[in-house]
Write a protein that binds this ligand. Structure first.
Ligand SMILES: *Cc1c(COP(=O)(O)O)cnc(C)c1O
Length: 427
């Protein structure tokens, strides 16, 4: 469910024609729908109504300040994975007690900053991290609130680059070492055990792997309590998928996900923490681009566009599929062609779609890369000295630039010559 629809023969984001944004801001540009973001957060949050819970949006999916503020205003907490994301959460006005900190490689400085801000929980991913966190907290005269992230060794049946809950993935403490790790945590002076955490992967479109993982989690909580640990919260991670294709990859509805969670964990009296990222932001954004040239070679037709892999790396990094829709609504019987939609970057991996059957497009045509709100702009870069792609937020009839385009001159201004390279202009 999203708010990018054809109206009067062209695509709108809520009440704003995409062609107007292209004209005023230029392309490529990410366009987000506030109504879609609100709706996704509400549907997910309301699925857990009546249970003690906190939705901590996984901000690495899309961490723009305007997006964070919108979600924080609705009561969202945040799942952070770096000190930089902590700064973003603070800047967006998110209270420490609504922040959980995940990630396998936290530095001392990041631990200190998070302790200082009084976060809800460190999701600790190794015994080595547990020891260091205890030392850092002790030196500050504090105890760090902790959940151990347990790797349940379940197959989330997702792309290998976004699987995180198998024994071969770098994440979490192995299932069989969980009890010993909790015993160790209880002995450490700078640690206060609060909960259990899991996150098995991303773009999961089937409830079964979640059910396997949460069954293990419920067993573990009972076991840990029997061992004398005061387990107060269960952090279930994120991972609910979005329909990139729209037919073959329909994810479970949050209501069904929540019903399963309540069935497995509801009787334990733990506070539930969820960390959805993609599910909140994915369908709430499109990447708007323009066709530069159409090139026919002997074997292929290339639609060359101004959207590069530096703007959206998902197709080449994860073999991701994104629908591409012309901004001007094509007639039902419009001619079609199988094409490669590519960008201008000097890399063979620079494509948005390959061998895709699309309505014929011409130089100057605008198009929307759909479902690009999550893991899109956050992974953009300036490779080939391309301007950093801007972001726009639409809310009803209004729109605003929420990240301006960083132009080549701005990029160059970040760099400097080594002192010995500077020629004495006066000599
Ligand atoms: C990336 C991540 C998430 C969010 O995953 P989605 O698939 O976007 O919901 C949640 N928790 C952790 C620890 C993550 O690394």
């Amino acid at each position: 469910m999203h708010h990018f629809t054809y109206r009067d023969g062209e695509m709108f984001a809520e009440g704003v024609p995409l062609s107007r944004i292209a004209r005023e801001v230029g392309t490529p540009v990410y366009v987000y729908s506030a109504a879609t973001l609100r709706r996704h957060f509400r549907v997910f949050d309301e699925a857990f109504a009546g249970t003690d819970h906190l939705v901590c949006y996984a901000m690495k999916a899309n961490s723009n300040q305007a997006i964070l503020r919108l979600l924080a205003d609705m009561g969202a907490g945040m799942d952070i994975v770096s000190g930089g994301e902590l700064q973003r959460a603070k800047a967006a006005g998110v209270a420490g007690e609504k922040i959980v900190f995940s990630g396998v490689g936290k530095t001392d400085a990041e631990m200190r900053a998070a302790l200082d801000y009084g976060i809800l929980s460190f999701n600790v991913e190794s015994v080595a991290e547990l020891h260091r966190l205890s030392e850092v907290a002790e030196a500050m005269g504090r105890r760090a609130p902790v959940a151990l992230r347990i790797n349940p060794d379940v197959d989330a049946k997702t792309h290998e680059k976004i699987s995180t809950g198998k024994a071969v993935d770098k994440f979490g403490i192995p299932w069989l070492e969980a009890r010993a790790a909790y015993a160790e945590a209880a002995r450490l002076p700078g640690i206060e055990v609060k909960g259990v955490a899991m996150h098995i992967g991303s773009q999961i479109t089937d409830l079964a792997p979640f059910e396997q993982a949460f069954t293990l989690m419920a067993d573990l909580i009972r076991l840990l309590r029997a061992d004398g640990h005061d387990i107060r919260h269960a952090d279930l991670g994120g991972g609910l998928g979005v329909p990139y294709h729209g037919d073959t990859d329909m994810p479970p509805h949050p209501d069904d996900y929540a019903a399963m969670v309540k069935r497995l964990l509801g009787s334990l009296g733990v506070k539930l923490i969820m960390e959805p990222g993609r599910m909140i932001a994915g369908n709430a954004g499109v990447l708007l681009g323009r066709v530069l040239f159409v090139k026919e070679t002997g074997s292929k037709t290339f639609v060359i566009t101004d959207v590069g892999m530096n703007d959206l790396i998902r197709p080449t990094l994860y073999e991701a599929f994104h629908h591409i829709l012309p901004v001007r609504e094509p007639a039902v019987d419009a001619p079609r062609k199988v094409v490669d939609v590519v960008g201008p970057v000097c890399e063979t991996g620079d494509y948005i779609a390959r061998d895709r059957d699309l309505p014929v497009m011409q130089r100057g045509d605008l198009f929307a890369v759909m479902t690009a709100g999550a893991y899109g702009a956050v992974q953009s870069c300036t490779y080939n000295t391309r301007a950093l792609v801007p972001e726009v937020l639409v809310d009803g009839e209004r729109f605003a630039v929420i990240r301006p385009r960083l132009e080549a001159r701005d990029i160059i201004a970040l760099e400097r010559l080594a002192p010995w390279q500077v020629k004495d202009e006066m000599a």
